[in-house]
Design a protein around this ligand. Structure first.
Ligand code: PLP
Ligand code: ZN
Length: 448
């Protein structure tokens, strides 16, 4: 009997199921989001040890497509797809490193960073997009009349969609909030041949338009309300546990905007528990920018209510979202993982990124939000010195050079504590000597 997966309504009173090749994003009966469900009984016929062995054998090999961090776990992700239709750029398999110096600053001995940005398009969005574009390619191969795949984006989703579609030979359409994404993020879909629509609104505005446009069944929706994305993204937690030789860390910290990623993180860990690979859960911390913090506000009220808000401008542009699509899924996950939500102001997130860079990282502003949350929780004692903590770094810092240039030029409207602007000098050896002496002395007295 083959492995099977299907869409199922997340509303437990409804639970209606749909096949994965149906073009559907919300439940027809009740309007709730859907999630991909797997035939767990079938998966349980292989025991936990055998799954770990299989995943380890495939991990980062060149055996196509199983060397991909996603497709090495194909049976848990999208089992029914033909390998011939898989659109993979060897996503996942990213480095996880011990941030020794950074951790010590906050009294943490066991701080790790998972660099999800070290992947094809430079953000974790690749993890989900490989799955979604693969399913589309399968559907087209089976005769579905899909002309294009569309998304609204704060930058990284559109970059991932455009590049996977380019690799598959499928047309992509991206709707971007005008002037609200970085130059690198804008040029990525342009270079990869997407139809780029720049709308004079914010992300939430783009999201509304794309949902209307994709009522046309020939234009497939690629936003994370399409739960195929979550299936790929859920491997991040599985991969981290695998990298620790199948030991579960104590705490995960993840920045959250539309909240698909934290929902996915939880989903992967739950699947590992259900299939016997792990027996305990980590704590999950979601970090939000103070300027776009609807989940944080809900957390303060014990998640009893949730109010969407108008997100204000934040340097962490990929999480400038006031009305997150996956909020229900995220709250469900946080309730199971002793969830904490923390927030970071603009100066906190920028200083945390800059400090991390000084300790050997090159952090994007969203990772800065997660690091600022880490600092607060370590000071407060919620995170204790011996705990193994993993910060999920969501994008490559090079996508956000605009942000770093502004910081180090002190062009931001707060005191940029760790700014390190270049010293401008005439081409004169004496002047260079003097400047070096002075600067080295100053640094030695600062110790940072
Ligand atoms: C998309 C994105 C996020 C937020 O993920 P959500 O699933 O929207 O919560 C965080 N950081 C970066 C760099 C992103 O691209
Ligand atoms: Zn339903």
């Amino acid at each position: 009997m083959p492995y099977r997966a299907w869409f199922q309504c997340i509303n437990e009173e409804c639970n209606r199921a749909y096949p994965l090749n149906q073009i559907i994003y919300r439940c027809e009966a009740c309007g709730s989001l859907l999630e991909v469900r797997h035939d767990l009984e079938r998966l349980q016929r292989r025991d936990a040890k055998a799954w770990m062995k299989l995943f380890d054998e495939r991990y980062r090999t060149t055996e196509w497509p199983y060397g991909s961090g996603i497709w090495g776990k194909k049976e848990w992700v999208l089992p029914q797809v033909d390998n011939d239709n898989i659109v993979s750029l060897y996503e996942g398999g990213t480095n996880l490193f011990w941030a020794e110096r950074l951790g010590k600053l906050f009294g943490l001995e066991d701080l790790w960073i998972k660099l999800c940005g070290n992947t094809h398009s430079g953000s974790f969005k690749d993890l989900g997009m490989t799955v979604l574009v693969t399913q589309v390619k399968q559907m087209i191969a089976d005769g579905a009349p899909i002309r294009a795949v569309a998304c609204a984006s704060t930058g990284d989703t559109s970059a991932a969609l455009a590049v996977y579609c380019a690799a598959a030979g499928i047309q992509s359409i991206v709707l971007l909030p005008k002037g609200k994404i970085s130059t690198a993020q804008l040029v990525q879909p342009i270079a990869n041949g997407a139809l780029v629509l720049s709308l004079d609104t914010d992300f939430d505005g783009c999201m509304k338009v794309v949902q209307q446009i994709t009522r046309d069944p020939t234009i497939y929706l690629a936003n994370s309300m399409n739960s195929l994305r979550v299936e790929g993204q859920k491997t991040v937690g599985i991969e981290i546990v695998q990298q620790f030789d199948w030991e579960v860390p104590d705490v995960f910290i993840i920045p959250g905007g539309n909240l698909g990623n934290v929902s996915a993180l939880g989903k992967g860990l739950i699947m590992m528990r259900d299939l016997g690979l792990i027996s305990k859960f980590p704590r999950i911390v979601v970090a939000q920018a103070e300027n776009a913090n609807p989940l944080y506000c809900s957390y303060l009220k014990g998640f009893e209510t949730f109010e969407p808000m108008q997100a204000k401008k934040t340097l962490a542009s990929a999480i400038q979202i006031g009305d997150p699509v996956s909020v229900q899924k995220a709250i469900r996950v946080l309730k199971q993982f002793e969830g904490v939500v923390e927030q970071a102001s603009e100066s906190e997130l920028a200083d945390a990124s800059a400090l991390a860079d000084k300790m050997g990282m090159f952090a994007c502003p969203h990772t800065g939000v997660a690091l600022a949350a880490l600092i607060k929780l370590a000071k407060r004692g919620t995170i204790e010195p011996g705990m193994r903590v993993v910060v999920i770094s969501t994008a490559h810092g090079l996508k956000f050079t605009d942000f770093k240039v502004q910081y180090h030029d002190r062009k931001l409207d707060f005191d940029c504590r760790f700014a390190n602007p270049p010293i401008e000098l005439p081409p004169d050896v004496d002047a260079v000597h003097r400047a070096l002496d002075e600067a080295l002395q100053r640094r030695e007295s600062l110790h940072v």
